[in-house]
Design a protein around this ligand. Structure first.
Ligand SMILES: [Zn+2]
Length: 607
């Protein structure tokens, strides 16, 4: 028979009692917390994994738990401490009495016999949860805290960072839970809700001299509720029109909203700096690499843990390509019609430009299944209609995206598009730096390959066939500078439909390559338009067609006079890098002859 650890034994028992358990971090032998943060504020006392959703609810994987879950958690982390979620969910409220001062606070209070834990420094008294909400509250009396709804308590047989073991007081574990004593019940019972304290005269009309304060106060409360700047502006405009006399101008109202939402909506990178608490020496690393380092790519296109950029003209097929990619990744195996082979992977698609029905329409047209749960979508317009932020340029918007990613656990996280999911000036390098650092951080914190879908500069129709480069990405150069890879999608129209050329513009690890895919609008029997996506991998590099195209182009139009390589590259649509390789090859084989050097280099066909 397999023997279980003490943690599993106790956790299963608590679970049978209807208590919701959760694995916690634990103290290491060196006295540090297993979370390995040098300045962990509650060592050995906080959950191992994310446990709450955006709105503060316990995540479903903990809310509904079986014995098998519990065994799995502690066989993955045999040393994990054991926590119990307090409040209505487990039917318990715990009074946490800390040290001598805490004991002093309750010295003449009535406390019935009830299950009690000694913690080393103090005591935890377990009571039956009352019929009202008991919020987690700190210091209801000096050094006495309440662990109620939304909280948790560290339970036996956990180990305290001091080395003390959490233990049931002899003979109390099997006692029935006592009701809260009357004095404590009185103390915890919620008072009558107080009205919002925004001052508003009896007439309901806000006159000159009070309008700014009034609107600022409303904007502040909207901001605290996590509403986006757009939602705050809309709410204030309405308030301004209906209550202020005379109303402020629209731009004044907008300025108020901006001034309020500036705090704390700076980029997360900025506000999470804690220089005063950080010992920089903990960042000093010895040289040498002991373990094999593996960089994991998604579909051989994007690196996990980093962000990439996929840029193209509007309507260039960027989103279609990403939809096809996540559909293929869901199943794994051959992806993008042979472009790469991949294990099954999960995608979170954050759509900032289109609503759900438009995306569904595209998915149906492409005959994709985008199966749940491997593919999950978030639509920005649904967030906006709830007044919530979903952008990389505010702290709240960022934390919402991070929260979604933590719940969905994607390998690939698509942000379509960068422009719709951030509000800073795209052309301002320093503004974009914070956005790009947010992208990097998002990739690092989630371990996902983050892909920002981006735009190329508008070009004249006649220039559309020119090979694109990083310079063609719209906005600040910072966007591509901090990216681990960047791709550009170009479109060529021909009699078969549209040919999309996907060119690797930059990569930290992979050699640059190019592949194409094709979209067609065909008319089926139901006279419906059909969108086909047919990916051809590396048309130039994988076979000899690129070379054939180059030699045919030279023979057809340049056999009489010397020519520049760039002209041939342009006429064939073949990349600079690849045409250079082909030319070297042709010179080596005596097909071409080089004339001159440097910028003036010309070539001629050897007859
Ligand atoms: Zn910790």
């Amino acid at each position: 028979m397999k023997s279980h650890s003490k943690q599993i034994f106790d956790a299963l028992q608590y679970n049978r009692w209807g208590w919701v358990v959760i694995p916690l971090h634990y103290p290491l032998l060196n006295g540090k917390c297993s979370c390995s943060k040098p300045d962990c504020p509650s060592p050995g006392k906080h959950p191992l994994a994310k446990w709450k959703s955006v709105n503060g609810d316990l995540l479903p994987e903990y809310r509904v738990q079986t014995g098998e879950d519990i065994k799995r958690w502690w066989s993955e982390h045999p040393n994990a401490n054991l926590g119990i979620i307090t409040g209505q969910i487990s039917g318990i409220v715990v009074v946490d009495i800390d040290g001598k001062e805490g004991e002093h606070s309750i010295r003449d209070k009535e406390l019935p016999s009830t299950p009690t834990v000694v913690t080393g420094r103090g005591r935890h008294l377990y009571f039956k949860a009352p019929d009202f909400e008991t919020k987690n509250s700190v210091c209801i009396l000096p050094q006495v805290d309440i662990r109620g709804d939304g909280g948790l308590v560290v339970a036996p047989p956990s180990i305290h960072v001091s080395g003390d073991v959490y233990k049931w007081v002899e003979g109390t574990k099997d006692l029935p839970l006592a009701d809260l004593p009357p004095w404590l019940r009185q103390l915890l019972k919620p008072k009558e809700k107080q009205k919002d304290t925004i001052s508003q005269p009896a007439t309901g009309i806000i006159t000159e001299g009070n309008r700014n304060d009034y609107l600022t106060s409303i904007a502040g409360s909207m901001n605290r509720r996590g509403m986006s700047l757009e939602a705050i502006v809309a709410g204030l405009q309405e308030e301004n029109r209906s209550k202020c006399f005379p109303p402020l101008s629209e731009s004044e109202v907008r300025d108020i909203a901006k001034s309020v939402s500036r705090y704390p909506s700076e980029a997360p990178y900025e506000i999470h700096k804690k220089e005063h608490e950080t010992d920089v020496s903990s960042f000093l690393r010895p040289g040498g690499v002991s373990e094999r380092v593996e960089l994991v790519s998604v579909g051989n296109l994007f690196l996990k843990g980093f962000y990439s950029v996929l840029a193209g003209q509007p309507g260039g097929g960027k989103s279609l390509l990403m939809l096809k990619l996540c559909d293929d990744l869901a199943r794994g195996g051959i992806i993008l019609n042979g472009y790469a082979r991949s294990d099954p992977m999960r995608t979170l698609f954050i759509e900032g430009d289109y609503p759900k029905n438009m995306m569904d329409w595209r998915i149906q047209r492409m005959k994709l299944s985008v199966p749940f749960p491997a593919v999950q979508f978030v639509y920005k317009d649904e967030f906006l209609s709830d007044g919530l932020a979903l952008d990389l340029s505010s702290a709240k918007g960022y934390s919402n995206i991070l929260e979604l990613a933590r719940m969905s656990k994607p390998d690939l996280l698509i942000l379509d598009s960068l422009a719709s999911l951030q509000f800073k000036d795209e052309n301002d390098n320093s503004a974009m730096k914070t956005v790009c650092l947010s992208l990097s951080r998002l990739a690092k914190e989630t371990g996902s390959a983050v892909v920002a879908v981006h735009h190329l500069k508008k070009v004249k129709r006649s220039e559309r066939t020119l090979p694109i480069s990083l310079d063609d990405l719209i906005g600040a150069s910072m966007i591509s500078r901090l990216a681990s890879s960047a791709y550009g999608v170009q479109v060529k129209e021909d009699e078969d439909g549209q040919l999309h050329i996907v060119k690797n513009l930059k990569s930290w690890v992979n050699p640059p390559g190019t592949f194409t895919f094709r979209t067609k609008n065909t008319v089926s029997e139901e006279e419906e338009l059909e969108l086909l996506l047919d990916v051809t991998p590396f048309p130039e590099e994988s076979n000899s067609t690129g070379k054939v195209r180059i030699i045919n182009t030279i023979r057809a139009g340049h056999s009489q006079e010397p020519f520049k390589r760039s002209i041939i590259a342009r006429e064939t649509g073949i990349s600079d890098t690849y045409s250079k390789q082909v030319f070297q090859d042709f010179i080596g084989r005596g097909i071409l002859r080089q004339i001159g050097h440097g910028k003036a280099t010309m070539y001629e066909l050897v007859q």
